[in-house]
Design a binder for this molecule. Structure first.
Ligand code: NI
Length: 146
């Protein structure tokens, strides 16, 4: 396992690309997840997306109920009409904080690291972090909400 450097800068190409779907949970994907877990723990983040360590694939980690949860090919199936504004930061944009308005509740699906599809309803901070990480997989950063 390894702690990897986090890519920074709002105009960095890999952070602005739409990441590619993962077709199969291979050993390489598992290794990527392990490295991301080490990296986000070291950085004391609530989440991390693969493009932030230079891999343009649809894999992210989201802290859910205190547990860092890997998500492969995450998607939002439903979002609440109710939104709220939260001040967000990003490991790729040090010292920048942006008030971001997002739905307070989402239903999501993703593939877990065993290759099984999961569906979950997320609320509040969990929902916000997941949406922030999903944005990374679509090349969207918090500065785009200003
Ligand atoms: Ni971020």
């Amino acid at each position: 396992m390894a702690i990897l450097p986090i890519i920074k800068g709002e105009n960095t190409e890999v952070l602005r690309a739409v990441a590619a779907p993962v077709s199969q949970v291979t050993k390489e994907v598992i290794k990527l997840i392990k490295n991301m877990e080490e990296t986000v723990k070291n950085a004391e983040g609530l989440g991390l997306a693969a493009p932030q360590i230079g891999q343009s694939v649809r894999v992210c980690l989201v802290m859910l109920y205190g547990k860092m949860t890997p998500m492969i090919n995450p998607e939002i199936l439903w979002k609440s009409e109710e939104t709220s504004v939260m001040t967000e930061g990003c490991l790729s944009l040090p010292k920048i904080e942006v008030d971001v308005e997002r739905p307070v509740e989402v239903t999501i699906k993703y593939t877990d690291k065993k290759g099984q599809e999961q569906e979950r309803r997320l609320h509040d901070l969990d929902a916000k972090v997941m949406q922030h990480e999903l944005d990374h997989l679509n090349g969207v950063l918090i500065v785009d909400y200003t």
